[in-house]
Design a protein around this ligand. Structure first.
Ligand code: 13P
Ligand code: ZN
Length: 295
């Protein structure tokens, strides 16, 4: 047998040794999270999207990184000033544009994709998924810019999540969209809010989604906040793990729900700022003190 045959045989052995990707922890996490987001009513139809920065070593257990299925240009980006150079070669699992969250768990291969940021930083190489010709979420530019911003602040950041949680959205229509006031109201609604998101919630005015403008604006906010409200649209969250990121949005949504259940009623009791400060001290978190009204 010649050298080429040996090489082919080695290649075959390699592909035979690959594990079933539907059992990969990162695929299961994407499926479980999308299912929870749908179950909670946060992500109607194709609303919402998730991207998860993967460890290349872990991915090689499941797919051959040399096999690029197709190259996909990034949507909605102005090629001239869209720069994701720091992410070139990075691998993400991401939800597909137009895909319904309710379907992800039953059909991950059509609704999710594993992509690598191409060498020119203007497109992605599909390594797995989007089997019916799909492509990454239209919000991928905003996700990528948010990843870059969060990675600068926290090198362990892995997840960016966008969602349309009902009460958070409802609150946008009846509460002032001022970061300090909005965050403060949320902190007042559940005792643990200030501990879960001591850095507060950033807010962007209504902007056109799916563009690099909103991506850049989101990323700018992400330098300061792990949560960014897109006014009258939804919310972005970022974190080290799927649980942390989901938990951030879940806690905001719970607080917004309490607000929406009580906003039209006379307020008899409230959590005071001095009490919030006690929580911050006990749990040793660094909060946005300028978002409190301390005497
Ligand atoms: P995609 O279907 O492109 O992910 O868009 C959903 C969404 O929520 C847009 O903001
Ligand atoms: Zn959206």
């Amino acid at each position: 047998m010649g050298f080429m045959d040996d090489l082919k045989k080695a290649g075959k052995n390699l592909s035979r040794a690959l594990k079933d990707i539907t059992g990969a922890p990162f695929v299961k996490e994407m499926c479980g999270t999308a299912a929870n987001m749908y179950r909670l009513g946060w992500d109607e139809r194709n609303g919402g999207n998730i991207s998860y920065l993967l460890d290349e070593k872990e991915v090689t257990e499941y797919i051959d990184l040399n096999e690029v299925i197709r190259t996909i240009p990034l949507m909605g980006v102005n090629a001239a000033d869209f720069d994701v150079t720091p992410l070139i070669g990075k691998i993400f699992i991401v939800t597909g544009t137009g895909k319904y969250f309710k379907n992800v768990e039953d059909d991950p291969e059509n609704n999710l994709g594993i992509v690598r940021i191409a060498a020119d930083g203007k497109g992605v190489e599909l390594l797995w998924g989007f089997a019916d010709g799909g492509r990454p979420t239209s919000e991928f530019p905003a996700h990528l810019m948010s990843h870059m911003a969060r990675l600068k602040v926290d090198p362990e950041n892995r997840v960016v999540m966008h969602s349309h949680p009902t009460n958070t959205l409802a609150m946008n229509f009846v509460h002032e969209l001022d970061e300090k006031k909005f965050t403060h109201t949320l902190w007042e609604m559940c005792t643990e809010c200030i501990v879960v998101f001591p850095d507060g919630v950033g807010i962007l005015p209504w902007m056109l989604c799916g563009t690099d403008e909103i991506g850049r604006a989101t990323a700018k906010k992400m330098e300061e906040f792990r949560l960014v409200v897109w006014a009258m649209h939804g919310i972005y969250g970022a974190g080290k793990t799927m649980d942390e990121t989901f938990g951030l949005i879940e806690t905001v949504e719970k607080a917004a729900q309490i607000y929406m259940l009580t906003a039209h009623l006379p307020r008899v009791n409230t959590i005071k700022d001095e009490e919030m400060l006690q929580l911050v001290e006990l749990f040793k978190v660094k909060c946005r003190k300028d978002f409190l009204n301390l005497k």
